[in-house]
Each structure stands twice: as C-alpha cells, then as structure tokens.
Write a protein that binds this ligand. Structure first.
Ligand code: 2RA
Length: 340
C-alpha cells in the first residue's frame, strides 16, 4: 500500500526535481498527479520512466489524496495550500508563506525530524529556504557536540534559486558578452550577473539586511535553537546550480578541527571533502544532482577562543528544496501516515 501524491508546480525547477527524486528514492506511490497553472495544462513531465500530463491546479480536487508537495510562489500557495489541507491532504510547502507560523512545523529531517508530528494543527509542513537547509545540516552535529553561540555566514547562491528565467538570463548575458550586438541587459536581476556577483537576494529590510538574510536567521532559530546568534550576507553568483556558503562558527566550548571533521564525517546527509591541497575541496559544479551536503575547508578560527571555519556546498534544487521536501514526506509516512 502506497500513497496518493500530488506535485503542485510540476513544470518549475523544483517541481521537476521533486518528481525525479520521488522516482529515484522509490517513494511508495500508488497514484501521482502533476499540477500546474492553466496555461501549462497538458504539459508533459517525467516521473521515472513514466510521462505525466499536467492538470490544472485551479480545477483539481485534493479530496482523497494523501500528500501534496507544493513548489509554487507564496501568492498561489496562499490560495491552494489551505484548499488542499482542508480536503485532508497534507501539504509540504516550499514557499516561505508558512515557515514562520508557530502552528506549522519547519523541518529538515537530519536536524528536527520529530517536528513533523506537529503537522496536524494546519495539515501543513514547511520546507526551509534553500540556503538555510544545507547550513543547518552542517551545524546540527557540531551544535550537539559543542553548543553554537554565534554564526557568521556568507552565501554564494546560484541563479537557479531565482528560477528558469534567471538561468536563461545568465546564459544569454554570458553569450552576449562575446557576440557583438547580442548584449543582454539585466532584467531578472538589478545588475549584470554574468562575470559578476550581486550582494542582494529578495527585498531590503529597514535594518539594511535583505529578507534572504533574515530568513536564515529566523529559520535557524526555529529549526535548531533560538539562542543561536546568526548574521548572514547572501550573494547571487554566476553559477547555474549549487549554493555555496562560507560559515564561521563560535562555540560555547573549544572544538578541535580534527574532532569537528570526524563528527561531520559521521553526520547524516553530509559528505566531507577536505584535503589541504589543490582541488581538495568541493565546488558547486560537483554537487549538481547529488543529495549530499558537502563540507570542506574545515579549520580552526584562531582569532577567537572557540572558533571554526567551514565551506558548505549543496544542490539548492535538491537538498535546498525538492530532496528535503521528499525526505519530509518519507518521515511523515514513517511517523504519522503509516500505510498497510
Ligand atoms: C534563492 N533562496 O536562492 C532563494 C529562493 N530559492 O533565490
């Protein structure tokens, strides 16, 4: 006995990956529906070796379906997630709409899987922001060993986080730099992204930080520990897929770099690639299509008493979104929605 699964936003970057990962991990699916906007109705999407025709989200009846994996913007989610939840279908939502709602669990299975049990309040579970997900996978095992006081993180986020249009902009803008007359002006981003970096993701807040940076703070506190102080600088870089993060950690107690490396090597969801030589570290192009959160450049920060620096890379469409959502569905099935 398996589950009746709905993928909402099946034609987007994350929707495609959710279908791929459901198939790759052989999630127990009895029936699956791919939903998209009316204009995408009939579009064919892959589910393993099957092809699904997208159905119109507006017309879809969620009654009798078990789990809906949502990957559509917050505005549309506001309309359709409550409709699905009310019909008895548990929603796992990738948007930021419900992440900060006290009645909605915000879950990264390697960190706080048991939080899934709280889904019953609204029949909704929230997926964290991509830049948060990979970071808390890395921080959790270290926090369990030496309690984290403060984190300073700089992110290097790929354009796939902004969607297909942004990936096209990077591609065309890069080409246009070399082909006279084919220059491409910035449109998705406020400035040129080709051969450039942009220190601005999402909107600016009154304190000068951006909402992307605020998300990392708020979500880390909700998922891990409200006592952790965190400051972030989130930067868009000319990479297609794969977010990278430079993470500086201050602990309550001293944690030796070798012990930290051993802890990370044993931690769930993590692969350590850490040799102090050319190429002895992970880069975004190597994480694409993979499940792991990769950690490199593990080293003491000797400028403070109990400091450590690490480099963290993961596929933002997978662990940062689709994989984490499917893992939540797996945990939900194991803990709460047992079948047969
Ligand atoms: C980004 N985290 O990278 C945001 C949304 N996916 O653009």
């Amino acid at each position: 006995m398996g589950y009746k699964i709905v993928v909402v936003g099946a034609t987007g970057n994350v929707g495609h990956e959710m279908l791929n990962i459901l198939a790759e991990r052989e999630f127990p699916v009895d029936e699956i529906a791919a939903l998209a906007s009316r204009r995408s109705q009939g579009t064919e999407v892959s589910f393993g070796d099957r092809t699904l025709k997208c159905q119109d989200l507006e017309q879809f009846d969620f009654t009798g379906w078990d789990i809906a994996l949502f990957a559509i913007g917050g505005e549309a989610t506001k309309t359709y997630a409550p409709r699905a939840a009310k019909a008895g279908c548990v929603v796992i939502d990738n948007s930021s709409l419900y992440r900060y709602d006290p009645d909605v669990p915000l879950v990264v299975p390697e960190v706080n899987a048991a939080a899934v049990d709280g889904y019953t309040k609204k029949n909704i579970i929230a997926n964290p922001n991509c830049s948060t997900a990979q970071m808390v996978v890395a921080l959790k095992p270290l926090h369990d060993r030496a309690r984290i006081k403060r984190v300073v993180v700089s992110t290097y986020q790929s354009v796939s986080g902004s969607g297909k249009e942004a990936m096209d902009e990077l591609w065309n803008q890069t080409k246009g730099m070399f082909v006279p007359g084919q220059e491409v002006a910035p449109s998705v981003y406020p400035k040129q992204i080709a051969f450039n970096v942009i220190p601005h993701i999402d909107v600016f807040l009154d304190d000068g930080s951006t909402k992307e940076e605020w998300k990392m703070v708020a979500e880390t506190k909700k998922i891990m520990d409200p006592s952790i102080k965190l400051t972030a600088t989130c930067v868009r870089v000319p990479v297609f897929v794969g977010h990278s993060e430079s993470i500086n950690i201050e602990f309550e107690d001293f944690l030796d770099e070798d012990e930290a490396r051993d802890i990370l090597r044993e931690a769930p969801g993590i692969l350590v690639v850490d040799k102090r030589e050319a190429g002895g570290y992970i880069t975004p192009v190597e994480c694409v299509g993979e499940y792991a959160t990769y950690i490199s450049r593990i080293r003491q920060d000797s400028t403070i008493d109990n400091g450590l620096n690490i480099w963290c890379v993961s596929d933002n469409l997978r662990k940062g979104a689709a994989l984490n959502a499917v893992q939540i569905a797996e945990v939900l099935g194991q803990r709460c929605l047992k079948k047969g």
